[in-house]
Design a protein around this ligand. Sequence first.
Ligand SMILES: [Zn+2]
Length: 281
Amino acid sequence: MLTRALPYYEFSEGIYEIDEFDCVSVFVIVGEKRALVLDTGTGIGDLRWVIENRITDKPYDVILTHNHVDHIGGAGFFDEVFIHEADYDWSELELPVTVEERRWYANLIAGREDKSYIYSPETDITEWPKEPVKKVMKDGQVFDLGGRKVTVYHCPGHTAGECVAIDDKSRILFCGDACNRNFLPALKTSSVEEAAGTARKGLERIYAMKGTSFDMVYNAHHDYRGFASPLGENVLPDLIRCLKDLENGSADIREVPDPLSDDGGVRKVAVYGNVEVAVGK
Ligand SMILES: [Zn+2]
């Protein structure tokens, strides 16, 4: 049996963070009539059972913030998922969403954290029972949960189809990987300057809603914030500033250990405050 021991916590009324063993966080927002699940993790253990038996018995939709393996890895355990059209095609992903890549990623994070976990990659990361039905999610799409509405915004930069979501009741911005302290721009098909420009424009549009639509930010990885705690206030504005510096060639570039390397590799990053933007090896 897949492990059901995924840690979770209701940190705001009707809002749960589920910790997929430090690989990623999945959020569940529960309204009066429906619920909304943000991301499906790497697909470790029985996330669906936890949602349906521990968190809510209401009907729910699943949205994927973007098409990286640690966010779509559990998609095939759900019937239907929403994703932006720019991230709709999963056929040529850098890390394909296979059992092998999902295990590789989980092992990488477990090694980085140097902890022991209750799950086993061999028995708790398994083939999907089926392909999920994919539905296209649009910029501005509203999920009315009853007593609260969650609006999705397209915010490209980390991937072409990255989306963020704002819950109007808690005034929380859920930003997926669109804003992390260690931000990874999509560098596969564009230059650093272009990728930084795309991310900066996307994030400026979202940041303009600070104080009117949202007050707090939760990103999808709690390695740079406490579990169930919001991201530091400075991260979003400092990331925008760091991206601007990259666009105009004035960024402070340094070499740091690569947190996603399994052989002690380094990478180059632009630094502003405590925010880093990866710019290459
Ligand atoms: Zn990602």
